[in-house]
Design a protein around this ligand. Structure first.
Ligand code: UD1
Ligand code: UDP
Length: 367
């Protein structure tokens, strides 16, 4: 029986790997190991606990305010020992985090084959997002299998010269998790708090947005909050001290804006589905918003998920205060503009991605 090790380390990786861990373990075709790098700590364990995943290894690399060097060298040093000991036949990594990159580099040095989940996303600007665009291209360079969420992602991989037989279009596993989490009779104190108002859900964490772009976003959002007295904004804030410092310095106490701790993923998904509008610089939230058909302003100057822009459910605002302010104001001020974006779609997946990945591995990689 071949041994497959899944390596991941941040909240979004865990949310996207959880359904795959479950699917692969259920089948009994492979021996399955889970190694977490611990690039995130509380946010990672929030997800692992929710899905009952007990990692076989935890590299515990997280430090407060960690640099890219800290994460990368921490993983290289510690994962080498695990790979030497376990000798997996295949390692699966997810997405574009430093965990995915450092894992792929470790496996490359050790000649261990890699399967890349969420392969082929591209902005083709190596600085946007930073360092994720580099990470995903680098992982792609050394992967044996590429699990592309969309046809566009597959096309990107083919354009880079990857073999067609090494690519499998699966949808994104994030939609597997989202679909399983949605409840029709869901309630939460945040939803009660918003009662009678339009609920706006905000998240922000990207490294390249630190400094002026975060300030621009938060000042623009503050202006919108002052202008529309029928909105309430909830901001589940990332634990990164830099994000927190900027947010707390700009958003002073307000009865219509709540900054809260990161939500459990099932709460986050259900609150998304009950929100009026989403403002985010996240990657994964763009996919989930598209599935839900929830109008979303992407607080960035480029996205690797252009399928959502083409489908009409996502809008890129750029990172200047005035353009962010105008983008939000247009949607809040015009039902016509808003309703144009109410477009549920399965462009990023239909909830069966994990099954498709497991099927591919059974056919192409089992004994
Ligand atoms: C990382 C990924 C990013 C992904 C994001 C998802 C990289 C370079 N970045 O960015 O692609 O979009 O995760 O959220 O891989 N922290 C805690 N507890 C936690 C998690 C983070 O305290 O559970 C704090 C720590 O001070 C840590 C800091 O946040 O040093 C930043 O974490 P890090 O993983 O470096 O960056 P993210 O912005 O989370
Ligand atoms: N999410 C969550 N709780 C929160 C905020 C986000 O569970 O308070 C989930 C969200 O549904 C999505 C993922 O976290 O699945 C996105 O993570 P993040 O934005 O941190 O990272 P990215 O997707 O940009 O890499």
């Amino acid at each position: 029986m071949k041994k497959i090790m899944l390596v991941f380390g941040t909240r979004p990786d865990a949310i996207k790997m959880a359904p795959l861990v479950k699917e692969l373990k259920k089948r009994n075709t492979f021996q399955i190991l889970v190694c977490v790098t611990g690039q995130h700590q509380e946010m990672l364990y929030q997800v692992l606990d929710r899905y009952g995943i007990s990692p076989d290894y935890d590299l515990s690399v997280m430090k407060e305010n960690q640099s890219l060097f800290d994460i990368t060298t921490g993983i290289l040093d510690r994962l080498k020992i695990v790979v030497e000991e376990e000798k997996p036949d295949l390692v699966l990594v997810q997405g574009d985090t430093s965990t995915a990159f450092a894992t792929a580099l470790t496996c490359f040095y050790m000649k261990t084959p890699i399967g890349h989940i969420e392969a082929g996303l591209r902005t083709n600007n190596v600085l946007l997002p930073f360092p994720e665009e580099f990470n995903r291209q680098a992982v792609g360079l050394v992967s044996k299998y590429h699990f592309a969420p969309t046809e566009l992602a597959k096309e990107n991989l083919l354009n880079e010269g990857k073999e067609e037989t090494s690519i499998c279009v699966t949808g994104n596993t994030s939609i597997d998790t989202l679909k399983a989490n949605l409840l029709s009779d869901y309630n939460h104190p945040i939803i009660d708090w918003a009662d009678g108002n339009r609920l706006v859900l905000l998240t922000a964490h990207r490294r390249e947005n630190m400094g002026a772009p975060f300030k621009n976003m938060f000042y623009a959002i503050k202006r919108v909050l002052d202008e529309f007295d029928d909105i309430k904004i909830v901001f589940p804030i990332h634990p990164n001290p830099i994000v927190r410092e900027t947010a707390f310095s700009i958003f002073k106490k307000s009865s219509r804006l709540k900054i809260i701790e990161p939500l459990e993923v099932h709460d986050f998904h259900n609150i998304m589905s009950k929100s009026y509008l989403i403002l985010t610089d996240s990657g994964g939230i763009q996919e989930e918003a598209a599935f839900l058909g929830k109008p979303t302003i992407v607080l960035r100057s480029a996205t690797e998920r252009s399928e959502g822009i083409d489908a009409g459910v996502l809008k890129l605002s750029g990172i200047e205060e005035e353009e962010i302010y105008n983008a939000i104001k247009t949607l809040l001020g015009s039902n016509v503009e808003y309703e144009k974006m109410l477009k549920p779609s399965i462009i990023f997946g239909d909830g069966l991605a994990s099954k498709k990945i497991a099927d591919f591995l059974e056919i192409n990689y089992s004994d």
